[in-house]
Design a protein around this ligand. Sequence first.
Ligand SMILES: Nc1ncnc2c1ncn2[C@@H]1O[C@H](COP(=O)(O)OP(=O)(O)O)[C@@H](O)[C@H]1O
Ligand SMILES: Nc1ccn([C@@H]2O[C@H](COP(=O)(O)O)[C@@H](O)[C@H]2O)c(=O)n1
Length: 220
Amino acid sequence: MSNNKKSFLILVAGGSASGKSTVVKNILKKAGAHDVLIITHDDYYNREDDLTMEQRIKINYDHPDSLDNNLLNFHLSELLKGNSIEKPIYDFVSYNRSDKTESVNPKPIIIVEGILVLTDKRIRELADLKIFVESDDDVRFIRRLQRDINERQRTVESVIDQYLNTVKPMHYKYVKPTKRYADIIIPNDTNHSVAVDVIAGKIKDIIRGNNNEWFIWKVL
Ligand SMILES: Nc1ncnc2c1ncn2[C@@H]1O[C@H](COP(=O)(O)OP(=O)(O)O)[C@@H](O)[C@H]1O
Ligand SMILES: Nc1ccn([C@@H]2O[C@H](COP(=O)(O)O)[C@@H](O)[C@H]2O)c(=O)n1
């Protein structure tokens, strides 16, 4: 397969546990996994090999500096040129990047999701569509508490402490202000199926070449 025009890049931001990955997974289900690549910004948290576990736990993971945006910017630029990348893999249990990487090939539609994915101008400028997923703070806190205990092996106390000390203040300082860059805002307190249908419809148009501006990934 060779591409005669770059992939269509979608960035999906929103507060922690607002439902970004759920929305993106549902878009993928509707639009088809064959043509859609999903990347999570979490995989680009900085490598912290030189720190002890105690020191890693204390890092502010809701500050833009905790993420390796130079690497994400490079990887996205490569994917948009049609090149493969070796994507890092993040491990929430060890609070560090895993030693393994994943070979990732470009696809016609690339979606990157993460709380801070709209903060870096270089990455925003690569994007063709920017989305912000929004849910009330209390809804997000409850969802995060359940998820972090079930999936990230955290205690109730650690989730509450982290939320009050860094997650909430950083949300207001860095995450929420990026809503102004979004082309589409998805309300996700309850149901997001209409928004997902609309976005999946646009993606299918792009893949089929029915979009005036984008005719991409011609298969020779
Ligand atoms: N519309 C919704 N209604 C109910 N639960 C939801 C909804 N969207 C997401 N969730 C749940 O909230 C939790 C956090 O969602 P997730 O998509 O992981 O958020 P994010 O990627 O923004 O951190 C998950 O357990 C998910 O199943
Ligand atoms: N070691 C880490 C790294 C990040 N976090 C938290 O993850 C949140 C972002 O992921 P979402 O799926 O919730 O968008 C972010 O708020 C960090 O606080 C962590 O707890 N531990």
